[in-house]
Design a protein around this ligand. Structure first.
Ligand code: C2O
Ligand code: CU
Ligand code: CU
Length: 546
């Protein structure tokens, strides 16, 4: 495999390199090259909120499994769903109630079960107090249903403001957080009260997720509960013999913080999420909670038999990274056998002892509980956490059982095989902190998001290499396409970089090369950092497929 031996990060000037990190880091070209600097990489990017609510002991609350949505119609070869976005009150912490923004009244929202090639249309109704827009993350979706951040569904009590919205990137003022400016997007297609989103599901089977994507307000909207799962399946995958039925478990991992009365806490400058985007200064690098929720429950426990289980893992946290390991009570580490990545099955399984996962990444894992003592717990632990954020959830092994599942040595033969020489061009993007209209921002190539500016134009069908470089942690996500990771830090990719990805986790000071073919649909798409706070504070750009 061709490998870059050039230590100079991606042709940036020395001055640009020294600027990387801004107030957040002390990384320089020289220090980047040393192992000592790499070892000093902070484990997280972001600042943790402290809950004032009484927190439950771990492994008391049963793991909820999100309900599967029922279609209102299956006529004409399309499954049609209706989802009402509305406020609800839920009991997340035992004995306390929490107001949430939800898809269909639950967090996570209802899971959409889709078959490859069979379209799904979801009519989303907005009964929330603010505009919303739905994006299917990882979906190969025509642009008009991809949830562009200004394609808003306005609620009943919202003024008609076509093509203009308060925008962080357009703001004036000395701290960058004033309410002065407006951002204009002449291409925005807004609607009122509801909108149909059509997803062809014409893609490799995988775990996708849908979430809010409103410009400037994605992070607090997801934090309040606007996230759900969407699974694409096909006959080929069904026939592999992987653990299925109750032995296939979706796990949406998030972190949150709670005030004493049970409310979610979040450091919004404007808690109404109407006029002023952004978070308070200590949280500019990202918002971390001190309570780990899996499928919306704090440090839950799930009862299973002593067999193989397929865990469909999604890190839906705004900013928190995890490095997961599964520990038995007698101190053994169970293998995490990865069978799939963001965009579906790997070619062959990859066995991990510990598995890093960044915001928006999905990992399809098989874990075998056969050797865990009956009656004991297997803990899923985050090695990057401290104190209570080390715990994620546990499995209680209830009984032995026969297991006819298998992990085939070859999982898939349809992975795209793009080679460096297939690329018709190479682009460089630096993801780093910077100044944005007098305040702090997160920039791509030195610029904050502007919906009216096309940053990248790609002819449909072209293959490209993108070289990405980061100052702090930036999980970089492309809409529309899956990609493969060619190199990381100038070296071959890591074991967890295998397969087809739509989000690549860049660590502090790190670069990566990705390769993809821009096919599927023409239109306006995005790429951005999936640290949701970074995304809201400018770290997003337009990708126009023509
Ligand atoms: Cu999950 Cu544009 O993102
Ligand atoms: Cu996406
Ligand atoms: Cu970022």
């Amino acid at each position: 495999m061709p490998e870059s031996r050039d230590n100079r990060p991606l042709g940036l000037t020395r001055r640009q390199v020294l600027g990387i990190g801004g107030a957040f880091g002390l990384l320089t070209t020289a220090s980047l090259a040393t192992a000592a600097a790499l070892a000093r990489r902070p484990a997280t990017t972001g600042a943790q909120l402290r809950s004032t609510a009484a927190l439950p002991p771990p492994y008391q609350v049963p793991l909820p499994l999100p309900a599967v949505a029922r279609p209102v119609s299956t006529a004409g070869g399309t499954d049609h769903y209706d989802i009402v976005q509305r406020e609800t009150i839920a009991e997340i912490l035992p004995g306390l109630t929490t107001r949430l923004w939800t898809y269909g009244g639950t967090f996570p929202g209802p899971t959409i079960e889709a078959r490859r090639g069979r379209p799904v249309t979801v009519t989303h109704h907005n009964e929330l107090p603010v505009p919303t827009v739905v994006h299917l993350h990882g979906g190969r979706t025509p642009a008009d249903s991809d949830g562009y951040p200004t394609d808003l569904v306005l609620p009943a009590a919202w003024p008609d403001t076509p093509h203009t919205m308060p925008g962080m990137a357009g703001m004036s003022g000395t701290d960058g957080h004033g309410t002065g400016g407006h951002m204009t997007d002449p291409r925005a297609v807004t609607s009122r009260l509801k909108r149909d989103y059509t997803f062809p599901n014409d893609q490799r089977p995988t775990l996708l997720w849908y979430h809010d994507h409103r410009m400037d307000y994605t992070a607090p909207a997801i934090w309040r509960g606007l996230a759900g799962l969407h699974i694409v399946r096909d006959d080929t995958e069904d026939s592999l013999g992987l653990p299925a039925g109750p032995r296939e478990i979706p796990l949406m991992i998030t972190d949150r913080a709670f005030t004493a009365d049970g409310a979610l806490s979040y450091p919004s400058l404007d808690p109404t999420l109407r006029t002023t985007p952004g978070v308070t200064e200590p949280h500019l690098a990202g918002v971390l909670g001190d309570v780990i929720l899996v499928n919306g429950a704090p440090w839950p426990v799930h009862e299973t038999d002593a067999t193989r289980h397929r865990l469909r893992l999604l890190n839906a946290s705004n900013a928190r990274h995890y490095e997961l390991e599964a520990l038995t009570e007698d101190g053994r580490r169970l293998d995490l056998v990865q069978i799939g990545a963001d965009q579906g099955l790997l070619a062959t399984p990859v066995t991990h002892r510990t598995l890093p996962t960044a915001p928006a990444e999905r990992h399809d894992l098989v874990i075998d509980f056969a050797t865990a003592p009956i009656g004991s717990l297997v803990h899923l632990v985050n090695r990057l956490g401290t104190g209570r954020t080390r715990d994620v959830m546990a499995f209680r092994i209830t009984r032995p059982a026969t297991d006819d599942s298998r992990i085939p040595p070859v999982l898939a033969t349809d992975l795209p095989d793009w080679h460096r020489q297939d690329a018709v061009r190479t682009r460089d993007f630096a993801f780093r902190a910077g100044r944005m209209n007098g305040g702090h921002g997160w920039l791509i190539g030195g610029r904050p998001f502007d919906p009216a500016r096309t940053d990248v134009t790609v002819p449909l069908g072209d293959t490209e290499i993108w070289r990405l470089i980061a100052d702090v942690h930036h999980p970089v996500h492309l809409h529309l396409v899956g990609f493969r990771i060619l190199t990381r830090g100038g070296r071959p990719p890591l074991p967890h970089d295998a397969g087809l990805k739509d989000t690549v986790s860049l660590r502090p000071g790190e670069s990566a090369e990705i390769i993809t073919r821009f096919d599927g649909y023409r239109g306006r798409y995005l790429f951005h950092c999936h640290n949701a706070e970074h995304e809201d504070m400018g770290m997003m750009a337009n990708l126009e497929v023509v």
